[in-house]
Design a protein around this ligand. Structure first.
Ligand SMILES: NC(=O)c1ccc[n+]([C@@H]2O[C@H](COP(=O)([O-])OP(=O)(O)OC[C@H]3O[C@@H](n4cnc5c(N)ncnc54)[C@H](O)[C@@H]3O)[C@@H](O)[C@H]2O)c1
Length: 434
């Protein structure tokens, strides 16, 4: 079975490498030729733990290749995993133009039966649109099937998530498609959940929106804690011990960001509203999340009063630890607000500095990109924790205090023990606790 993976971004590259690791012959294809040239040489264009090693070993074993010749890749394939982007459109719905583009390309190169597998996160009924597009544009009578196999990997642990998934959702409408996908995932057959296509498409959106809702819920409780003597860490612990609730995703902080939760939540709201379903529960989830940066900025102002000409260290730029991805990262909103208020910033992140450098070009005079947290802290009036990298948890806070102008920490992720930090002489603000 010859497998093609279309799109070699965060999901497509991990999918291509992961399928090769499962023993299949895979060609990863992308329309950005420079990206493909790099990957084909064994260079991973993103930061993702463990990906480099697996890419290299599968390239060496000859099971994995990369190409920017998209037509040829389709012609040579039996199964095509579609992993292109589905970014947020202007009205909140997912922009499906990349999916449509690939569908047309597949139609034009349909030289044999092909199974087209949606791995990108797509609205319910996308498979019908892909089917219609291929049918409209195909030049032969060749049969084809569409299947849904949404991806649940998390950036930062994408390789192990792909190779050890909790579940593999397969949405199919023919026996032929089902048999192919069951064979591809033979090694994880105990974790297969087989459904129809609409169900599979909805499982992905429903899962992401539920997790987003859990985060907004605990952040709402954190707001309550800040008005009372309750402590959000203990509230979360007490709630999470109930197995019906579970302890994960109950971490109060700056809210969710990244390329998935914000856009998938908005897309599901739009899907529901287009179908005449009241989606207010999810609209509130989105609103609570949008308020997180505002709440954080209020804390910064409470500590520093006027931000103009203040020097502020920002630790953490990636939307979460163990990735260089800054798409929809809370750091961007915080930085934008601070710059608008006239602050001077010293930014540090272990992996995401290069990506961040492309933003805010008009503010270069007021931004210093630093090579360490200690360098970022030098001479600042306050230090902000935006992303909970382990490196920040392990900082020598005594040393940090020595280099800061004022010992003030505003921790958006509750990474430190409040008592310990205060004992060291810091003024310390965190989320939902004193
Ligand atoms: N990033 C995640 O953590 C994650 C997790 C699960 C699901 N998803 C979903 O997976 C999809 C991809 O996400 P991503 O983060 O990998 O996106 P990405 O933007 O990193 O990658 C998309 C890739 O597709 C390529 N591409 C676009 N049009 C193409 C075409 N016509 N032919 C070939 N390649 C083309 C782009 O050049 C790019 O390399 C999205 O639907 C996303 O919602 C993402």
């Amino acid at each position: 079975m010859k497998i093609a993976v279309f799109g070699t971004g965060y999901v497509g590259l991990v999918t291509a490498v992961g399928l090769a690791e499962l023993g299949h012959h895979v060609v990863g294809a992308d329309k950005v030729a420079e990206k493909i040239d790099k990957i084909a040489k064994g260079e991973v264009p993103i930061y993702e733990p463990g990906l480099n090693e697996l890419l290299e070993s599968n390239l060496k074993k000859g099971r994995l290749a990369f190409s920017s010749d998209l037509d040829k890749t389709i012609l040579d394939s039996d199964v095509i995993f579609v992993c292109v982007g589905t970014p947020q459109g202007d009205d909140g719905s997912a922009d499906m133009s990349q999916i449509e583009e690939v569908s047309r390309m597949i139609a034009e190169n349909l030289n044999s039966y092909k199974l087209v597998v949606e791995k990108s996160t797509v609205p319910i009924k996308t498979s019908s649109w892909i089917k219609r597009t291929i049918t409209l544009y195909k030049k032969t009578d060749m049969a084809f099937d569409i299947a849904s196999n949404p991806e649940f990997l998390r950036e930062g642990s994408a390789v192990s998530d792909f190779l050890n998934p909790d579940r593999i959702i397969i949405g199919v409408e023919t026996e032929r498609a089902k048999e192919i996908l069951v064979k591809i995932y033979e090694k994880a057959k105990d974790r297969l959940v087989i459904t129809n296509i609409d169900t599979a498409e909805l499982i992905k959106h429903a899962s992401n929106s539920f997790l987003a809702m859990k985060i907004s819920y605990i952040n709402l409780m954190a707001n309550l804690c800040e008005k009372t003597d309750a402590n959000i860490e203990q509230v979360a612990q007490g709630m999470g011990l109930d197995p019906r609730i579970g302890g994960l995703f109950l971490k109060a902080g700056l809210g969710f960001g990244g390329s998935c939760f914000p856009k998938d939540l908005k897309a599901l709201i739009k899907i529901g509203e287009d179908l005449g379903v009241n989606m207010n529960l999810l609209k509130e989830t989105d609103r609570v999340n949008a308020d997180r940066v505002k709440v954080f900025l209020e804390k910064i102002k409470k500590a520093l009063w006027i931000l103009k000409d203040k020097k502020i260290a920002v630790l953490g730029l990636a939307f979460k630890p163990e990735t260089d991805d800054i798409r929809e990262a809370p750091s961007i909103k915080v930085i934008r607000e601070l710059l608008n208020e006239g602050a001077n910033l010293r930014l540090y992140d272990p992996q995401a500095r290069e990506n961040m450098k492309e933003l805010f070009p008009e503010y270069l005079a007021r931004i210093v990109y630093c090579d360490s947290p200690y360098q970022a802290a030098a001479g600042v009036n306050a230090l902000l924790i935006i992303t909970e990298w382990k490196e920040f948890l392990d900082l020598d806070l005594k040393k940090i205090k020595e280099v800061m102008a004022n010992p003030i920490i505003i921790d958006g992720r509750n990474i430190y023990d409040a008592e310990r930090v205060k004992k060291l002489g810091f003024e310390y603000y965190s989320v939902g606790r004193k």
